[in-house]
Design a protein around this ligand. Structure first.
Ligand code: DAH
Length: 339
């Protein structure tokens, strides 16, 4: 019996030494010390040992077991250490390699222009508001004094969701929404996306942006409108900029005007940029039509106001001397990087 135990211990030692990873070691352990292992099997032979010898053999069995446990633990610790070493070597980071460059983007020229315009009007006490891009026909046309049979509806053909709902063609409907919900004085700037069923070319796109302005209070006159827009033009294009109001027609303003600024390239002398006229058109405006005020629940006897609408892309194209609107939407990095 004792011999067999010694033999078993020797065999186990060899196997432990040849186990080169933790799971192989665990298999050896089970094969010797497990419930169905060799040592357990040997123990079953104890019943053949004479009663006098039993305690001695028993003690020897225990010693063998303990010795084997020790061997396993030592081997296990060694294998763990070896595996850790391999892992650390594999995962080593070379801190001397150059770092990946972080590419930081920046604001789109449209956004730069918009924030510039917003800054100017916030400085004059305006509040920035927004309205929905999917709009009711009522707000986009009807409440702006453009009834169903009005020719202005043809000029601003758009995409209809159904008979009553469409993609707004202008930011002017925000005026109506604000007037319906607020009591004067009102001083708002409403930037946003608008839509028209236009073909794409250098100056047209089915989707572009406008910035709407609206002021309603007691005793607001055309002089306030002129002063406001003259200040705006000087801030945006330079202190020497002059403005010119040309009579125009918009259904929602009376009187209405289109506003030109002196060409900031040639100072008004005439150049290629302003097509030799010295002037560049930048927006439409006027005194809010009494009918529009009335439809929105504001008494035209008590209040008056002015409104204006600027094309954002037009400002961006002018300010950055871009000659094709499509460049603003193509997201070509070589173009965008320049701003
Ligand atoms: N909504 C007009 C357009 O898209 C621009 C405009 C003109 C807005 C006069 C106004 C305004 O508020 O008073 O052509």
């Amino acid at each position: 019996m004792k011999k067999r135990l010694e033999q078993l211990k020797e065999n186990a030692l060899l196997k432990i030494k040849s186990a080169d990873n933790l799971s192989a070691l665990q298999e050896v352990r089970v094969a010797y010390l497990g419930k169905k292992g060799e040592l357990t099997a040997l123990l079953k032979g104890m019943k053949d040992v004479s009663p006098e010898e039993r305690p001695i053999i028993g003690q020897f069995v225990n010693e063998t077991r303990e010795a084997l446990e020790d061997l396993f633990e030592t081997a296990k610790a060694q294998l763990r250490l070896a595996e850790l070493k391999v892992q650390l070597e594999e995962e080593v980071i070379d801190v001397s390699l150059p770092a990946k460059k972080q590419k930081t983007g920046h604001r789109h020229p449209n956004t730069i222009a918009l924030e510039e315009v917003e800054r100017i009007f916030i400085g004059m006490g305006y509040e920035i508001v927004e309205g929905p891009e999917v709009e009711y026909d009522y707000y986009n046309f009807e409440a702006l004094n453009i009834p169903a049979d009005h020719p202005a509806k043809d000029e601003q053909d758009t995409f209809y969701i159904n008979e009553k709902v469409l993609l707004r063609t202008q930011t002017s409907p925000v005026q109506v929404r604000i007037m319906e919900g607020a009591k004067p004085p009102i001083r708002i700037l409403a930037p946003g996306r608008v839509f028209r069923s236009d073909e794409v070319d250098a100056t047209h796109s089915p989707s572009f942006h406008q910035i709407e302005g609206l002021v309603i209070d007691k005793n607001i006159t055309f002089a306030d409108l002129k002063g406001t827009l003259a200040t705006f033009a000087k801030e945006l294009f330079g202190a020497d900029t002059k403005v010119k109001f040309r009579p125009h027609h918009f259904p929602f303003t009376e009187p209405s005007a289109e506003v030109d600024v002196t060409c900031f390239k040639c100072g008004g002398k005439g150049c290629r940029f302003c097509k030799n006229s010295g002037w560049i058109e930048i927006l439409g405006c006027g005194m809010v039509h009494p009918k529009v005020l009335e439809m929105s629940g504001i008494d035209p006897e008590e209040y008056s106001g002015f409104a204006f609408g600027v094309g954002l892309e037009r400002i961006a194209l002018l300010k950055y001397e871009i000659d094709d609107m499509r460049l603003l939407y193509e997201n070509d990095e070589r173009f965008l990087r320049q701003f």
